[in-house]
Design a protein around this ligand. Structure first.
Ligand code: FEO
Ligand code: CA
Ligand code: CA
Ligand code: CA
Length: 640
């Protein structure tokens, strides 16, 4: 096995086999330790959550504690060195994307809407617990005696939740559509929700991204009814309803029923509150007292992540995917240049600039289309009256300019070695289906060169090159880097597509041109990406286990793959997660000796009484979303 390894400029670990075991598996010579788990107290005087007594989560006391404990469903991780580029001490910022009620609240009734409503009315504190378990944790972490620890009560520790005061900034801040009864300024919001992936800016801030925020707002039906009735504000209400339907928001009871307890989540009662979510939020982890900023210039949609690159002349580009079938890929370019000497100036960069959306041509080229009010068709004839409206209803603006619908764009990342941009398209079972109306607009589900497989159950990764390697360029080229799946079990029909080898087909998986399919570890549903210092790509997956057509389904995992050299495309599995989890948030320390990884929703698909996982505690305890710190036993770089 070791003879297969290619440490020089490539990856040297011995791949593991995919597994369905309820545990974390890493290659020989590596150790993966749990650093932080749901319910760990981040402040002194606060007890850790006792997973043997989850009844506390039905009480206001449980909510109060949760707001000071590590949240649920950890996703993105960002490591911010404490003082210079040190790798042994820093702040770890972790997103808490959502809550899995079935595995938190004893007696949670599951999918039946009336039963859920009556449970929430009986135990209204669960809504406060859920809000407190969302958001972000910022925690000081330190490597001592070759192990990572978190520092309880560090002055940097911070919990940001679904109730933390935030500020809306940029061109849409203060606009009528962002005003509510509680906030006539249209600039003050409570909370951030469904923070999936994110990014770090070169000036040391966290970008945390609001993804499936639609899940929290119920009763669109009530708003539509009001809009149908005669009344002096009918035109306004119709506009709200039309904007909400492009997502769409849930018509009736939302999944978690917050609107039953907190009216700001009832769309009929507070029709503009949902416009205050769906943004990229910038947080300064080094200054725990600062107010998080929702940067409206970057547009409003289901942001998976936001990754920043500095262009040669200093302006910054921010790439962001909208994670829904047939949605788009965006890029924001700042007006002003990054100044390494002036942090307060850099903290204003994301408030002024141009938002673009990608159009891909089948010949391997593409262009970035500006979303600018006043440039046809983004005008009054097409329902827009200001740039603020373009930014608030970004999806509609992108439809109008002719953006290319993709197979669920996730965490777009730039390779620090070759400057290319990698776009994971996680999957799209509707690709190739006869679709007419999808998320409030008419669309074709037909396959094309950039989304070539029907149905696309395992997803793919596109490699983009900006023209002149300039992140501010308005044109680019692209090719398919990996068509995920199991190379020995084709999964669907396939249209020829573009790769560096020319057009490929009829095989329906492709691995960067790597010729030895038998050496490839099958993988599906790429989600989060990370690069190590050598430019190897690390891919975390979020798929359903049975899609790969293996004799035994495997859990989600983390995979490493060189992007250059003779081993380009040689996908090898590095980690296998416990049952029911997605693996996310891969993040290297600057020295590449530590890799942080989130294990999100272990045990998903089970309930507290019918568990499929008791990771990491074992002994029949409820599963706990956790962040791992992975190191090499010999202390060398990960992957070496
Ligand atoms: Fe929350 Fe796009 O995965
Ligand atoms: Ca994700
Ligand atoms: Ca990432
Ligand atoms: Ca995902």
């Amino acid at each position: 096995e070791r003879a297969q390894a290619a440490p020089k400029g490539g990856l040297g670990f011995t791949p593991i086999a995919g597994s369905s075991a309820d545990k974390v598996i890493v290659p020989e010579g590596y150790q993966a330790r749990v650093l932080l788990s749901w319910g760990k107290a981040l402040f002194s005087g606060v007890p850790d959550l006792d997973t043997g007594h989850l009844d506390i989560l039905l009480t206001p006391q449980g909510a109060e504690l949760q707001a000071k404990q590590f949240g649920y469903n950890c996703d993105f991780n960002g490591f911010f060195s404490l003082f210079q580029a040190r790798s042994f001490r820093g702040l770890l910022a972790t997103n808490h994307e959502f809550t899995t009620e079935e595995l938190m609240f004893p007696g949670w009734p599951g999918d039946d809407a009336p039963a859920r409503a009556s449970f929430i009315r009986q135990f209204p504190a669960v809504v406060s617990v859920m809000k407190a378990a969302h958001g972000v944790s910022i925690v000081e972490v330190i490597r001592r005696d070759d192990q990572w620890h978190f520092k309880q009560d560090s002055p940097f520790n911070r919990r940001i939740t679904g109730e933390t005061p935030m500020e809306l900034t940029g061109p849409a801040a203060g606009h009528d559509l962002l005003q509510t009864a509680a906030d006539p300024s249209g600039k003050q919001v409570l909370g951030t929700l469904n923070n999936c992936a994110g990014g770090k800016t070169p000036w040391g801030t966290l970008l945390t991204c609001e993804e499936n925020f639609d899940q929290y707002f119920g009763n669109l039906e009530g708003l539509i009814k009001q809009a149908e009735e005669e009344g002096e504000n009918r035109t306004e209400l119709e506009k709200y309803a039309v904007f909400h339907e492009r997502l769409p928001l849930p018509r009736e009871l939302s999944r978690r029923g917050w609107e039953l307890v907190d009216k700001r989540f009832d769309v009929a009662a507070h029709p503009t509150e949902a416009f205050r979510f769906g943004w990229v939020v910038e947080i300064d982890p080094y200054h725990p007292d600062t107010v998080p900023k929702k940067r409206t210039a970057l547009g409003r949609f289901k942001h998976e992540g936001a990754n920043v690159v500095v262009a040669p002349e200093g302006r910054v580009a921010v790439y962001s995917g909208d994670d829904t079938p047939f949605e788009y890929i965006y890029k924001f370019v700042s007006d002003k240049a990054y100044d390494p000497q002036n942090r307060s100036h850099n903290l204003t960069l994301l408030d002024q600039g141009t938002l673009y959306v990608a159009r891909f041509r089948d010949d391997g080229t593409g262009e970035w289309l500006p979303l600018v009010f006043g440039q046809a068709p983004l005008d009054e004839d097409h329902g827009f009256t200001s740039q603020a409206e373009v930014l608030i209803n970004t999806r509609r603006a992108a439809d109008l300019v002719g953006a290319t619908p993709m197979d669920r764009p996730e965490d777009i990342e730039t390779n620090p070695v070759n400057g290319k941009i990698y776009v994971p398209l996680t999957n799209n079972p509707w690709r190739g289906a006869e679709v007419n109306i999808f998320n409030g607009r008419r669309i074709s589900g037909a396959a094309d060169a950039k989304n070539p497989r029907t149905p696309n159950k395992s997803g793919h990764i596109i490699e983009m090159t900006e023209d002149s390697h300039d992140p501010t360029a308005l044109t680019f080229s692209w090719e398919i880097f990996i068509l995920c799946g199991n190379p020995s079990a084709p999964e669907g029909k396939f249209l020829t597509s573009l790769t560096s080898e020319g057009r490929i087909g009829p095989q329906d998986t492709y691995f960067g041109g790597y010729p030895a399919a038998s050496r490839i570890n099958p993988l599906g549903s790429p989600d989060n990406l990370a690069f190590d210092r050598l430019g190897n790509l690390w891919i975390a997956t979020d798929g359903k286990p049975d899609v790969l057509n293996l004799s035994e389904p495997i859990n989600n995992g983390l995979y490493g793959v060189p992007t250059a050299g003779k081993n380009r495309g040689w996908v090898r599995q590095f980690l296998s997660g416990p049952k029911g989890c997605e693996v996310c948030g891969p993040e290297f320390t600057p020295d590449n000796q530590t890799l942080f990884v989130s294990i999100q929703h272990p045990g998903e698909g089970g309930t507290l009484s019918k568990r499929i996982s008791d990771w990491p505690e074992g002994k029949g305890r409820p599963p706990r979303p956790s962040v791992l710190a992975i190191t090499k036993t010999d202390g060398d770089k990960i992957g070496s």
